[in-house]
Design a protein around this ligand. Sequence first.
Ligand code: ATP
Length: 236
Amino acid sequence: MCSKFDSTKLPSKQIPQLTDVQIPIVGIVGGIGSGKSTVIGHVTGLRIRLIQADEIAHELLRTPSIRAAVIHRFGESILDETGEVNRRVLGGLVFGETRQHRENREALEAILHPAIRKRVEEIIRSTEPETDVIILDAALLLEAGWKSSCDAVIFIDTSHELRQERVMRNRGWSADELPRREALQWPIDRKRRESDFVVNNDGTLKESGASMERILRQICESKRATLTNRPSETRG
Ligand code: ATP
């Protein structure tokens, strides 16, 4: 039995509180390879600020303090020949079901998550006011308790068969890679249940993008209505 990410272990100060931000913040979740990053690129009629936690994690691994903390915990053998953290090696240490994998994963999350959160907040607070919507694409958004910082969460619904086929074809994953990684996240049904909206991505990207755009417009409208109805002294 593998251990799942446990958000209750996070100190409450690690949960971002961004309720004063006027631009709607929308979290995107879904199974691995469901199309979280791709579908958003097919929304054409809105000004979107896309924040990808995975990308931030990659950048952070190159910063001196995070790099040093990772080396301190995992040793110099996780570095590649250029001195950068080798993410493939690091992935091998954290993506697995043994107790050692779990301990490694928790150690890495303890180093990375607070730094990711800080960076996400910085980006959100420096987002241009003309932006229609901020999208937060973070694999563990629900697991890490970030839902409370979002105006809404959208679940990208893609069948297991299609996800499997797409990651094998486009990423060269072996057949067992998807289930292995998926076992470390919340079950798909739980993610769907915790979300406010669902976009089906079993069809074309054009259809999914249009469906996503309709939902985003609805969220923006509802946020606008909330801000308009707020007593003026509490407006940011
Ligand atoms: P991860 O969970 O690993 O971050 P993800 O949910 O962000 O993945 P993507 O990387 O966006 O998923 O998509 C997975 C793969 O499926 C990509 O290669 C993408 O091009 C492809 N894909 C996504 N949606 C569709 C679609 N509707 N039709 C065809 N290919 C798609």
